[in-house]
Design a protein around this ligand. Structure first.
Ligand code: ADP
Length: 215
């Protein structure tokens, strides 16, 4: 198993970049945030516990996250290539992931470090709207749908993620700084970091990252 990690604060565009990379490469996109939201929706046993943390913008406990990651990896072929979006998010998760890679003979190829100024992150997240049906992502100002509140693709209603309100967004940013940003030096010491300026347009961010990953 080979993997890359997309690392960056909420609103950096990890999901958007992952979707573009998935279309052009053979990486399997694994978003722990999406998996947790799906678990809640499906009424899985981890759902109610995870929901409490997510609504506050706090992190779901490491053992729960490692559990879903291991399960996901086990479902794929041994030579699968993964792109992790939103994992690892604590030093403990990074260390447990290193152990897991050793156990299964996997290799971490690169860690894409996406950076964006705070004021831009807050604007991106508080204006974000998502299609209830297909999951397409819009922004009320930057990427508005043709008709307000309605998805261009399928006419379904758009919604705001409950943790995208300004207060929770500020908490998510401070959680990122305290608990996730230390991973940048952890991976820089291992010479795995690829720095990306993610304040560019989605297209430019994608083009830059793809070229750097291939180069
Ligand atoms: P964002 O990166 O925009 O915050 P995500 O969808 O990746 O959005 O995550 C939403 C929430 O899911 C997080 O605030 C956290 O509560 C939970 N979560 C996702 N991934 C992890 C993780 N690796 N460890 C702990 N909690 C996580």
């Amino acid at each position: 198993m080979n993997a890359i990690i997309l690392l960056g604060p909420p609103g950096a565009g990890k999901g958007t970049l992952a979707e573009s990379l998935r279309d052009e490469t053979d990486f399997i996109h694994v978003s722990t945030g999406d998996m947790l939201r799906a678990a809640i929706k499906a009424g899985s046993p981890i759902g109610p516990g995870a929901k409490v943390f997510m609504e506050k913008g706090e992190l779901v406990p490491d053992p729960v996250i490692l559990g879903i990651i291991k399960e996901r990896i086990a479902q794929a072929a041994g030579d699968a290539r993964f792109m992790f979006d939103g994992f690892p998010r604590t030093l403990e998760q990074a260390k447990l992931f290193d152990q897991l890679l050793t156990e299964i003979g996997g290799t971490l190829l690169k860690v894409v470090n996406m950076s964006v100024p705070d004021d831009m992150l807050i604007r991106r997240l508080s204006g974000r709207r998502i299609c209830k049906a297909c999951g397409a992502v819009y922004h009320m100002v930057n990427i508005p749908p043709k008709t307000e509140g309605i998805c261009d693709n399928d006419g379904a209603e758009l919604y705001q993620r409950p943790d995208d309100n300004e207060e929770t967004v500020r908490n998510r940013l401070s959680v990122y700084k305290n608990q996730t940003a230390p991973l940048i030096s952890y991976y820089r010491e291992q010479d795995l970091i690829l720095d990306v300026d993610a304040s560019m347009t989605p297209g430019s961010t994608y083009a830059f990252t793809l070229e750097a990953l291939n180069g």
